[in-house]
Design a binder for this molecule. Structure first.
Ligand code: SAM
Ligand code: SF4
Ligand code: SF4
Length: 378
């Protein structure tokens, strides 16, 4: 038991040294990394806890009652998160995604959203604030979230068959309650609702077509995500990955789809539109997204930074360590010093794990062990 828990905590505690900043670096909104990639998207994990135990993310055997979750004082406060978000926006961030763990488990999350909604991008516009949730508490909270200023929501749902879904969330949670959460999000006026389905070959791939039929024409965009080798505990195996190309072939055998142009640079999902009988995209039927993180790396224009629950900045979903911004916040650093540190960190970024995946050892030892997705957020 101890052997399984300690490495996760040790890994979390490992930090990268903050780069030296000999003189202040201005926030121009034009920051780019060593590969010329701008900083546009900030994902903030607001809790490392979750009420689900999806086996691809927080397997029950590892995240059991003995698992050491973060103590409340270790978490960034809403004020600390808002302050960092403001500094990130000044560097060019336009979109803020709240995630976790299960973000709706963080008490009064709507208060954080209200604070973030007051901030402005370098263009003077409000940031696009989104949330990724397992949907379990959404029916109860959708209205308050919308009223606080949430723009969009993404709900994770891995199948429509109750038995399959209950097995995958591993806490016996029913599909109907997640669907009720999606309905409530609609009713509250949240737009651009997306549903994320992680596909594992042999586990829920028989749910692909029923999910597609269910959400086609519903106003919800269904996105299929390849099962990823995130973290170090989910027992990832390549033979359980269903490549998006194969998934597309399976869907097209049932229903016509046509490729759509990306709507924004750095977009994670390839877009496909439902077509009418003439083979033309029918906007009333909507679209799907294919997130091919394993089979088609999209590091080339990756513009995402991740802030962990306790304020570490991660430059890649597959990074082993982050930069400790909380020590700056709590050590009394002023805005210029923190903004300069963020700039120096991003300027030094060269991460492109998915492009290099096949050439890297799956587990290169404890020093390079990857941090869990429930800790840095998806
Ligand atoms: N608890 C929330 C949820 O499930 O939506 C937010 C956090 S969760 C880590 C964010 C997203 O990551 C979810 O859509 C989830 O399905 C996805 N995810 C988690 N582990 C994954 C894996 N091994 N491969 C692909 N996607 C994964
Ligand atoms: Fe929880 Fe989301 Fe991870 Fe599932 S994917 S265990 S819901 S954090
Ligand atoms: Fe971005 Fe890292 Fe994913 Fe590549 S592997 S797309 S750099 S998060």
């Amino acid at each position: 038991m101890l052997e399984r828990v300690i490495p996760l905590v040790q890994q979390r505690n490992a930090r990268l040294a903050l780069p030296p900043v000999p003189q202040p670096l201005a926030s121009t909104g034009l920051l780019s990394d060593s590969r010329g990639r701008p900083l546009r998207d900030l994902r903030i994990s607001v809790t490392d806890r979750c009420n689900f135990r999806c086996n691809y993310c927080m397997p029950k055997e590892v995240f059991d009652k003995d698992h050491a979750y973060l103590q409340h004082h270790a978490l960034l406060s809403f004020e600390e998160i808002s302050r960092l978000a403001r500094l990130f926006l000044a560097h060019g961030v336009r979109k803020i995604r709240l995630t976790g763990g299960e973000p709706l488990l963080r008490k009064n999350l709507e208060k954080l959203i209200a604070q973030l909604a007051q901030l402005r991008t370098v263009d003077g516009t409000a940031p696009d604030i989104t949330l990724t949730t397992n949907g379990s508490l959404l029916a109860r909270k959708a209205r308050a979230l919308k009223d606080a200023g949430l723009n969009r929501v993404t709900v994770s749902l891995d199948g429509l068959d109750d038995a399959v879904f209950r097995r995958m969330n591993d806490v016996d949670f029913p599909v109907a309650q997640v669907l009720a959460g999606i309905e409530a999000a609609h009713a509250a006026g949240l737009s651009g609702i997306k549903v994320n389905m992680v596909v594992k070959r042999g586990t829920n791939d028989q749910q692909i077509v029923p999910m597609a039929r269910h959400f086609r024409g519903s106003g919800v965009t269904l996105r299929f995500i390849e099962f990823m080798d995130v973290g170090a505990t989910n027992g990832w195996r390549m033979d359980e990955v269903l490549p998006s190309a194969e998934l597309l072939t399976r869907l097209q055998a049932e229903l016509p789809l046509v490729p759509l142009a990306p709507s924004a640079p750095g977009e994670t999902a390839a877009r496909w539109g439902w077509a009418n009988s003439a083979g033309v995209h029918d906007s009333a039927l909507g679209e799907i997204g294919l997130i091919s993180s394993v089979t088609q790396a999209f590091c080339g224009d990756c513009n995402r930074a991740r802030l962990s629950t306790e304020g570490q900045l991660f430059l890649c979903l597959f990074a082993g360590q982050g930069y400790d911004l909380r020590s700056l916040l709590r050590g009394g650093a002023d805005d210029t010093a923190i903004a300069s540190a963020i700039a120096a960190i991003w300027q030094g970024r060269s991460d492109r794990y998915s492009e290099l995946r096949s050439t890297l050892a799956a587990d290169a030892g404890p020093g390079l062990r990857r941090v869990e997705m429930s800790y840095i957020g998806g």
